[in-house]
Design a protein around this ligand. Sequence first.
Ligand SMILES: Cc1cc2nc3c(=O)[nH]c(=O)nc-3n(C[C@H](O)[C@H](O)[C@H](O)COP(=O)(O)OP(=O)(O)OC[C@H]3O[C@@H](n4cnc5c(N)ncnc54)[C@H](O)[C@@H]3O)c2cc1C
Ligand code: FES
Length: 251
Amino acid sequence: MKDYVATIVKNEKIADNVYSVTFSTEEEVPVRAGQFGNISVGGTHLLRRPIAICKKEGKEVTFCYQLKGEGTHKLREMKAGSVLNVLMPLGNGFYVEKTEKKVALVGGGVGVFPLISVLREYGNEKEISAYIGYRNKGAVCGVEEFEKANKFVAVTDDGSYGEKMNAVQAFEKDLQAGNRPDVVLACGPTPMLRALKALVERENLTCYVSLEERMGCGIGACLVCVCDTTNGKKARVCKDGPVFNANDVSL
Ligand SMILES: Cc1cc2nc3c(=O)[nH]c(=O)nc-3n(C[C@H](O)[C@H](O)[C@H](O)COP(=O)(O)OP(=O)(O)OC[C@H]3O[C@@H](n4cnc5c(N)ncnc54)[C@H](O)[C@@H]3O)c2cc1C
Ligand code: FES
């Protein structure tokens, strides 16, 4: 992990309220799928913004971000050539065991972006099915990436793109049709992860979830990001996660 001086190469809209920013760095960043960066948006915004690393190509790293509050709006205004500090790669990331051949990706909202990094890292060696939920047609993004999976099911909350259901329902439907994965990797809003956790427990499936918590340092020092574990202890999402075995965390 290092605080990279990163120059914006492009910063463009990819869906309603969603932007993609690509940085070039002075040296290649050693990234594993599911890791994230803590981006300094400069000025009076002292706290950095944690965003998943979506793609890495040579010395270029791409993050996709939804406009939310001050920090992400400030990031949107930055043009090619602007220089920011990005602390990365952070967190443990997703790891797929050699014995796990069939992988299901279940994602919703901004949780779709770290799953793109999984597809890029494991797409050639694993059989990957992606079940991705968007709010509506305008929110759909990353299709050109997910189409590289062995199977891609896109659904929306309002049925304006794909079937009207959420990502967990899409996954469950395929599971009932006999498409059973060796491991499930997921990222998305907490209610989605909670529903998925209940499903994988019923089905006795191994599942890893990437969690989102408010963060300060991003490196395990400030304890802003702690979450509850099922053994009654606390874990730091930035350092012990953001990826956890679904059995180990309370959702
Ligand atoms: C590991 C990780 C990966 C993430 N990956 C992505 C991603 O790929 N794309 C994306 O759009 N968003 C992602 N998020 C959420 C993103 O960090 C917040 O949306 C963003 O920090 C909001 O900043 P803001 O200044 O615009 O909003 P504000 O609400 O003004 O932020 C105020 C403070 O709260 C924090 N905060 C607000 N919402 C969140 C949140 N959901 N999670 C964590 N901190 C939050 C901000 O960092 C900031 O410190 C990720 C969060 C985590 C923890
Ligand atoms: S953000 Fe500081 S310990 Fe996790």
